[in-house]
Design a protein around this ligand. Structure first.
Ligand code: ADP
Length: 203
C-alpha cells in the first residue's frame, strides 16, 4: 500500500505553500477542501440527498448548491449541521479514499485544515503539521484574502488549538521565517518520506 502523509495546519500557516512544494517534487496532493466542493457539484448523489433533506431552496437556478443560504440556515438551526455532515462526511471520505488509491506517485499527501478535527487522520500513516504563531497566521491570511483580523481570529478560535495539533502530529515544521526556510525543512522531510514509502512498498 502507498504511504499516505496527512498535511495540516491552521489558516494562514502555509499548508498550500507546502502542498505546492511537494507537488513540484512529483507528489500527488489530494485537497480535502476541493473534495468537499466536488461531492456537492450538480449530478452528485450528495447534492440530491441535501435537496431531499432540506428542500428545493438549497438549489440555485443554475443547479448549483446555494452555499450561502445553507450556511445561514445552519447558523440558525444547529441540528441541521449534523444532518448536513451525515450526508457530506461519508461522501467526502469515500472520494478521498478513491483518489488516494488511484495516486501513482512514490507517496501521496492528503491536505486538510481539519485533518484531526474530522478524523481524516485515520486515513493517513503519518501526519505533518505546518505551524505558525497566531500573529503570523493573521498577518498572512489577511494579506492573502483581505479578510478582517476579527474574521480570521474567529476562524482560528473554532480550529483545534495549536498545542493540541502539535501533540497529535508526527512531524512539525515551524513556518516562521523566509519561504526558502520552509522549503529547506520540507526537503529533509521529503527524503525521509521517500525512505518510508520505499520500506512500506517492500514490506
Ligand atoms: P494556508 O493554506 O495554511 O491557509 P497559505 O499556504 O495559503 O496558508 O499561506 C498563507 C499566505 O502566506 C499565502 O499568501 C502564502 O504565500 C504566504 N506565506 C506562506 N508561508 C510564507 C513564508 N514563510 N513567508 C512569507 N509568506 C508566506
Amino acid at each position: 500500500m502507498t504511504f499516505i502523509l496527512g498535511l495540516t495546519g491552521g489558516i494562514g500557516s502555509g499548508k498550500s505553500a507546502a502542498s505546492q512544494w511537494f507537488e513540484t517534487q512529483g507528489i500527488t496532493v489530494i485537497d480535502a477542501d476541493i473534495v468537499a466542493r466536488e461531492i456537492v457539484e450538480p449530478g452528485q448523489p450528495a447534492l440530491a440527498q441535501i435537496q431531499e433533506c432540506f428542500g428545493d431552496w438549497v438549489i440555485q437556478s443554475n443547479g448549483e448548491l446555494d452555499r450561502r443560504a445553507l450556511r445561514e440556515y445552519i447558523f440558525k438551526e444547529p441540528e441541521a449541521r449534523q444532518q448536513l455532515e451525515a450526508i457530506t462526511h461519508p461522501a467526502i471520505r469515500t472520494s478521498i479514499i478513491q483518489q488516494l488509491s488511484a495516486a501513482t506517485s512514490p507517496y501521496v499527501i492528503l491536505v486538510s485544515p481539519l485533518l484531526f478535527e474530522t478524523n481524516q487522520h485515520q486515513l493517513t500513516h503519518r501526519n505533518l503539521l505546518i505551524d505558525a504563531s497566531e500573529a503570523l497566521q493573521i498577518q498572512r491570511a489577511s494579506h492573502r484574502d483581505g479578510q478582517s483580523i476579527e474574521q480570521i481570529q474567529k476562524i482560528i478560535s473554532v480550529q483545534m488549538p495549536r498545542e493540541k495539533k502539535q501533540a497529535l502530529a508526527d512531524d512539525v515544521v515551524l513556518n516562521d521565517g523566509h519561504i526558502d526556510h520552509l522549503y529547506h525543512q520540507l526537503e529533509n522531510l521529503h527524503q525521509h518520506y521517500l525512505n518510508i514509502a520505499k520500506e512500506k512498498k517492500q514490506s
